[in-house]
Design a protein around this ligand. Structure first.
Ligand code: ADP
Ligand code: MG
Length: 349
């Protein structure tokens, strides 16, 4: 009997990945970690090789009416390097695959590759191959990154222990706020093409949306300080969603404090005043910040407690599934992941 048709949105993106993963049988002892972390981990002899892939689709992940191709190329590389960083690894190579429709000229492809090359230069990675094909509708760009980590330094989503301190780098919510501003200015322009987009006041947030960076610098710094995080993930889908991944994979609960979540004042003001949305919601459920979220032992806290770009937002605790946000007023709020669910009607990301 054939199975009745079901829709993907009934289980969502993560449900779909779990379903695929539960049907995969690993055949090679060199596969140390398959599906389920920021990158796969392969035993390559002296070190582990890290492998990850991310695909960006026109109309779903980017809108070429306000995303310059050069920035798109840069970002497509960075999102992959961020996943290698999240394993505590260092990226070394990328492979770039493109689906192009005849809307794109040679000059457009050159521009895209300028961005790819700029990212390769900044992060010292080599472009070593790819694939080129035609696409019926729009641009599809898929990048695979290859990295390396010492075997005793690899960090999974699953290693957190009770009382470990939860850390985040940089500040959160900016990329989401930037996207809302770009969308707003696009709508203004569509209604009245005479109006020029007003982006001067929003340089920081728009920059964080269009040109994110991967925190490979933090991986180096932690290495220099002799710190190996107990667990780590990069923040691509919003803080709440990523915290729930750490919680689920480590079999523990997380407790975080609203007043400790790092938000830049420009982000706060743009969210609250311009967009009239709750800035904390932007950090929890926004996305595309590409900062690192990790846990450290209490013993390592001393070594980084004064680091200007690492913030301590809470701790892990024994009660699995008790994932809590303590508000500024002291109210206990269960953490829920909204993130970007590509298969629901609210899909944006
Ligand atoms: P990230 O946000 O860090 O890129 P994802 O949520 O995209 O991670 O993916 C989580 C895990 O699922 C990763 O190990 C990824 O390789 C794997 N994965 C995602 N899509 C597929 C797929 N279609 N087939 C097999 N594995 C997948
Ligand atoms: Mg990731």
């Amino acid at each position: 009997m054939t199975e009745k048709r079901s829709e993907i949105n009934q289980i969502g993106e993560f449900g779909l990945i779990d379903r695929i993963s539960s049907r995969v049988e690993l055949q090679n002892s060199s596969t140390v970690k398959g599906i389920g972390d920021d990158a796969a981990v392969i035993d390559a002899g002296d070190d582990f090789t890290l492998l990850c892939s991310d695909m960006l689709t026109e109309g779903v992940h980017f809108d070429l009416s306000y995303v310059p191709l050069r920035h798109l190329g840069y970002k497509a590389v960075v999102v992959n390097l961020s996943d290698i960083a999240a394993m505590n690894g260092r990226p070394e190579q990328i492979i770039v695959s493109l689906g192009l429709s005849n809307r794109f000229s040679l000059q457009a492809v050159d521009e895209l590759y300028e961005g790819i090359r700029a990212a390769c230069q900044n992060y010292k990675v080599d472009l070593v191959g790819g694939d080129t094909t035609s696409s019926a509708s729009g641009l599809v760009i898929s990048i695979t990154a290859i990295g390396r980590v010492q075997k005793d330094k690899v960090v999974y989503r699953s290693g957190a222990k009770s009382n470990d301190i939860i850390c985040v780098t940089g500040d959160l919510g900016a990329a989401y706020v930037g996207l809302q501003i770009l969308e707003r200015e696009k709508q203004v322009f569509l209604t009245n093409p005479e109006m020029k987009p007003q982006l001067e006041d929003f340089e920081y947030v728009v920059g964080r949306q269009l040109k994110p960076e991967a925190r490979t610098d933090i991986v180096h710094e932690l290495g220099d300080l002799g710190i190996v995080p107990t667990s780590m993930i990069d923040i691509s889908d919003g803080l709440a969603s990523e915290l729930l991944h750490l919680s689920k994979n480590s079999g523990l609960g997380v407790k975080i404090f609203e007043d400790k979540i790092p938000i830049d004042t420009k982000v706060y003001e743009t969210a609250a005043i311009e967009l009239k949305v709750d800035p904390i919601t932007c950090t929890l459920n926004g996305g595309e910040d590409y900062e690192l979220l990790f846990t450290i032992t209490q013993a390592d806290f001393e070594k980084i407690k004064n680091h200007p770009d690492i913030h301590f937002i809470g701790h892990m605790h024994d009660e699995a599934k008790q994932n809590l946000l303590i508000s500024k007023q002291g109210t206990v709020i269960p953490l829920q992941a909204q993130g970007w669910n590509h298969f629901t009607s609210q899909s944006t990301g």
